[in-house]
Ligand binder design. Sequence first.
Ligand SMILES: *Cc1c(COP(=O)(O)O)cnc(C)c1O
Length: 371
Amino acid sequence: MSRFIQVSAPDLSGNEKKYVNDCIDTSWISSNGTYIKRFEENFAQFTGAKHAVSCCNGTVALHLALLAFDIKPGDEVIVPSLTFISTANAVKYCGATPVFADCLPDTWNIDPLDIKKKITPNTKGIIPVHLYGNPCEMDEIMAIAKKHDLFVLEDTAESHGAKHNGKTTGAIGDIGIFSFFGNKIITTGEGGMIITDNDELANKMRLLKGQGMDPNRRYWFNIVGYNYRMTNIEAAIGLAQLENINEHIKNRGQVADWYKEFLAPLVENGQIILQKITPNSENVWWMFSILLPEKSRINRDELAEKLLKDSIETRPLFYPMHIMPPYLDKNAACPISEQIALKGLNLPTHAKLTRDDVLFVCEKIKQYMIG
Ligand SMILES: *Cc1c(COP(=O)(O)O)cnc(C)c1O
């Protein structure tokens, strides 16, 4: 019996423990402290953005960004149907309406043509999601936004360090948000970051995340704010994670290369389909995923069940948002998202996997798919 192969696992082998102990030894454990500033500064540098604003998770990062754009009831924001639910929920928190766009059949990212179709006089912005670490078609999306005077909020929760045309994802649109949940590219346990080059938006988000307190007058509040702050302990973990992010991304790339090598026979025969990397892009492989074709010997859920019996953990792709009860919309017209969501499986993808682990996973997939 082999060891249990998790779908994801954080790598905490750097300075994480040392920095956390420092927080405890100095008693700076709440949302003041030097690690917050250092993490924000280093993160801004890593992405090439002017400002980085930390907050308590990626969902909150989306909410703060939408508040900074002044999104209100009656407004519409275009989001992909194939995403994690936070992208849609954050729009709902503002009382606005998420309008779902379909994805491209090969890269699985939001389809620029469908964005165009879904623009109305109420549309205020677009939230492209770099799904599973694969950058969106940002040139086309930015051009549409410019033409229709829309904001672009990049949901970079899954693609820290991914690049499109040499630019880091998150730093291409007006604002980019990141998640540091335990299974993301780097983690702080729970945590989020927002990046932007715009001084006004950055100031607004800093104000909102700290209860809206007037920076020049203690306990004076001109607006209704939130407590959306990150703690110094989380930032300490984040700083240590960031020190090793390039190594970490390299290891994920190696894992993806092994998958591509070992699964090549199945791909060539059309027995599985891989997510296509967007042209001119560097994917950071948050999740290496496969699609089972229409006429498959075994269906997605059966395959996942069998792999689990072999101690291999997998995840189904996200369900499309327009079939979720809070967002149910039979007229959403996102057929590609539906097809992909129901046939796709995320395979174990993290920096600590060995070649033998990946080989084992692929051998088992071959056994169940071709016998
Ligand atoms: C993880 C994730 C989020 C939310 O991040 P949390 O830190 O868990 O709140 C948002 N969008 C996408 C696409 C994600 O994958």
